[in-house]
Design a binder for this molecule. Structure first.
Ligand code: AMP
Ligand code: MG
Length: 326
């Protein structure tokens, strides 16, 4: 498959209507297009075109056994790709649109390429209106994983998308930085309970309180199919990431030679290392920025507030996992 192509840059902040029209027409023609959402930028293709779906995996270098999330413009469209139980409907009524992905039994129409052969499909309705307008104009639900090369931090700006995928995809739609900056929460919906597969931008509290459902963790259920994606090393920059739970830990990580180090923390700890602020919305941008500065070691200070942010702590821990690929 030829990967060298000119990637069209569509500025939706300046020209929203034409960006939507061009993106939708490329998608209808079977191309892959990177789109903004409230979570991270996604790499989209219409779910009915198997060749377009294959192009997503090729462009990202994504393993074929890691399924994609299907994005819909309207909650009523979920029934075209999945079997919607009363509990799934309750979650959709309370939390769609938003950064919540439901894993449901799949509709027979959905290609095995999208679901990696699983009997379930992951579905989400993005909160960003622009994303929904593009899905609507494309005329079909869109499969879209994050628009990064597999293994690198998820993109939260159009610039990040181009750093990873320029020349490998048909177009990128720019709507500025993503509001959440962390991926969606993924849950498996059963008859009478819901299992958390991946923490994300929709909090555990919102699911339990707003949707009035009981949420349990995947590791409490030996029979629940985990998200295949959680097996892979993710969200990682080139620099080594170490987590410090206290100032003393952070100081110890600095040692005698603070050169080529960066402190990512809610507030500066004055430990002789350049500091950048840490938040869910900016964490991926900071990890990428550290790489562009050729930082060797990123010390991440997780205070109590950061530790209470389940999704952010999960991504930081993954970024800090030892490399297996080098
Ligand atoms: P990404 O879109 O790159 O953030 O990744 C989507 C996440 O959803 C990955 O961790 C996938 O493994 C997971 N996922 C997608 N479809 C399913 C499914 N049918 N069952 C379980 N997890 C899924
Ligand atoms: Mg991803």
């Amino acid at each position: 498959m030829v990967l060298i192509m000119t990637t069209l840059y569509l500025d939706a902040l300046q020209n929203e209507e034409s960006s939507i029209a061009v993106a939708a027409s490329l998608l209808k023609d079977g191309h892959v297009v990177a789109l903004p959402t409230e979570t991270v930028y996604g790499l989209a293709a219409v779910i009915s075109n198997d060749d377009a779906i294959r192009s997503i995996f090729v462009a990202k270098g994504r393993p074929a056994d890691n399924p994609l999330i299907v994005h819909v413009a309207r909650a009523s469209d979920v029934a075209t790709v999945a079997v919607v139980s009363p509990l799934a409907q309750q979650l959709m009524d309370a939390l769609f649109p938003g950064p919540l992905t439901l894993v449901l039994p799949k509709h027979p129409n959905v290609s095995d390429l999208v679901t990696a052969g699983l009997s379930t499909v992951a579905v989400r309705m993005p909160d960003l209106l622009l994303t929904r307008k593009i899905i609507h104009a494309a005329g079909a639900p869109l499969a879209a994983p994050s628009a990064n090369r597999s293994g690198s931090p998820s993109p939260t700006t159009a610039q990040h998308v181009l750093e990873d995928l320029d020349g490998r995809i048909a177009a990128v739609v720019d709507a500025g930085p993503c509001r959440e900056g962390l991926e969606s929460t993924v849950v498996r919906v059963f008859e009478d309970h819901v299992v958390l597969l991946r923490p994300g931008a929709c909090t555990r509290e919102a699911i339990e309180r707003v949707a009035q459902v009981r949420l349990t963790d995947a590791h409490d259920h030996s029979n629940v199919q985990h998200s295949p994606g959680t097996r892979y090393r993710h969200y990682a920059p080139n620099a080594r990431v170490v987590i410090a739970f206290s100032k003393a830990d952070a100081q110890r990580e600095v040692g005698n030679d603070p050169s080529h180090m960066l402190l990512l923390a809610p507030a500066d700890l004055d430990i002789g290392v350049p500091w950048r602020p840490l938040s869910g919305a900016s964490v991926y941008a900071e990890l990428r920025r550290a790489d562009s500065l050729h930082v060797d070691k990123i010390i991440v200070h997780c205070d109590e507030q950061i530790q209470a942010n389940e999704a952010l702590l999960n991504r930081l821990r993954k970024a800090a996992e030892p490399r297996t690929d080098d």
